[in-house]
Design a protein around this ligand. Structure first.
Ligand SMILES: *[C@@H]1O[C@H](CO)[C@@H](O)[C@H](O)[C@H]1NC(C)=O
Ligand SMILES: *[C@@H]1O[C@H](CO)[C@@H](O)[C@H](O)[C@H]1NC(C)=O
Ligand SMILES: [Zn+2]
Length: 359
């Protein structure tokens, strides 16, 4: 009995099992919740939300209210900092990163590895009234929907593993966190010090925050199994290359999900080429400056989902709700949801519907 149990656990721990077709078909559409006019996830973010202005607090409250009411099992952590900016002189501008996290209930601090899904929620100071729908209101709303869609499977996984007494082996101690970062944008023009205010503060504080002495992972940066950063998403016909050889294998999983979902006609958009065309990894484009940099510098594996070239609306007043391509927004949301479920090994809790073909 014990021997069998050990074998089963090892197999479970090593599996990276693609979601079945029936599971892909069951991935929920965000539907009207991502509507830019009155969708309850996205519409409240489509306001100017420059750090230190009222819009910043309104949007922070929107995220917190959502998790508190709809996803009460997720923990909420603030990571606050202040900095001076070249546009605001001697004033200390507040930056508030938010981390929403679900870990298996049995883990001790520093024990879980965390799928980390990231977007920034601040908007640019200039031009006045800039909305930043792709940059990155839509990615934030996508991640809210992802959290909501994976929640019941995470609960089921935790319950089943706890019942089998399986927690505690490192590979299986998987959790998920969503980082909504502040202060990504430059206040005047992009430099090392005028940009990435929130990400720089967070990566630095996590590097020096020691987990308890016997922890598997030394500090919170080490707990990040992959840092999946969504940015500038929501315009039609995006083309996202593979940026890092070290995470190209994960890019391929994401691209394969897109391809399978298109073949199953689960996606709505009809782009000229796949969103994720670079399955050969031939490009490995130069680095784009974004919130991943302070984490990359500390050895965190990065999967950067940002189109190249950038959307035409980038950093203009046209980057608003009206210019979003909603089919593309919904498709990114489904692809990301599927990736999260696959990463978290949710085939373990998926039961094929009766009559479905088993591959
Ligand atoms: C961080 O800042 C927010 C917004 O100002 C505030 O509500 C929150 O209490 C602060 N949290 C911590 C831990 O400092
Ligand atoms: C999707 O369909 C195309 C065209 O039939 C095929 O080349 C491709 O391999 C399929 N993708 C997957 C992941 O099955
Ligand atoms: Zn921007």
């Amino acid at each position: 009995m014990l021997w069998l149990h050990v074998l089963y656990s090892v197999a479970l721990a090593c599996a990276y099992k693609p979601l079945s077709d029936s599971f892909l078909k069951a991935i929920p559409d965000a539907g009207v919740d991502l509507d830019p006019e009155n969708g309850k996830l996205l519409a409240p973010i489509l306001i100017p939300r420059v750090p230190g202005t009222p819009g910043q607090s309104i949007v922070q409250k929107h995220f917190i209210d959502f998790f508190q009411t709809e996803l009460p099992k997720w923990t909420i952590e603030w990571h606050n900092s202040t900095a001076k900016t070249p546009a605001t002189g001697n004033k200390d501008i507040p930056f508030g990163n938010l981390a929403f996290k679900r870990e298996p209930p049995w883990v001790k601090p520093g024990q879980s590895n965390l799928l980390t899904l990231v977007a920034h929620y601040d908007s640019k100071l200039q031009p006045p009234g800039f909305i930043g729908a792709t940059d990155s209101a839509a990615p934030c709303a996508m991640l809210m929907h992802v959290a909501r869609s994976i929640d019941k499977y995470v609960t089921q996984m935790h319950d089943e593993m706890a019942a089998l007494n399986e927690g505690g082996s490192v590979e299986m101690d998987m959790g998920v966190q969503i980082l909504l970062l502040d202060g990504e944008e430059a206040f005047v023009s992009w430099t090392d010090t005028d940009s990435l205010y929130g990400a720089r503060a967070l990566a630095e504080s996590w590097e020096t925050a020691m987990n308890p002495a016997m922890s598997k992972y030394h500090n919170p940066n080490r707990q990040i199994s992959i840092f999946l950063l969504l940015d500038l998403l929501g315009s039609a016909d995006p083309s996202v290359p593979s940026y890092f050889p070290t995470t190209h294998w994960a890019y391929r999983h994401l691209a394969s999900i897109e391809s399978r979902m298109r073949n199953l006609t689960l996606l709505e958009s009809n782009p000229r080429h796949p969103f994720l065309p670079d399955t050969e990894g031939a490009m490995y484009k130069g680095m784009i400056s974004d919130d991943h940099l302070p984490f990359l510098a500390r050895g965190v594996p990065i999967l950067h989902v940002i189109p190249s070239p950038f959307p035409h609306v980038w950093h203009t007043m046209d980057d608003d709700g009206k210019h979003l391509d909603m089919a593309t927004v919904r498709d990114w949301t489904k692809i990301t949801t599927a990736f999260a479920l696959e990463w978290l090994d949710m085939m373990e809790v998926w039961y094929e519907p009766e009559g479905a073909a088993v591959p």
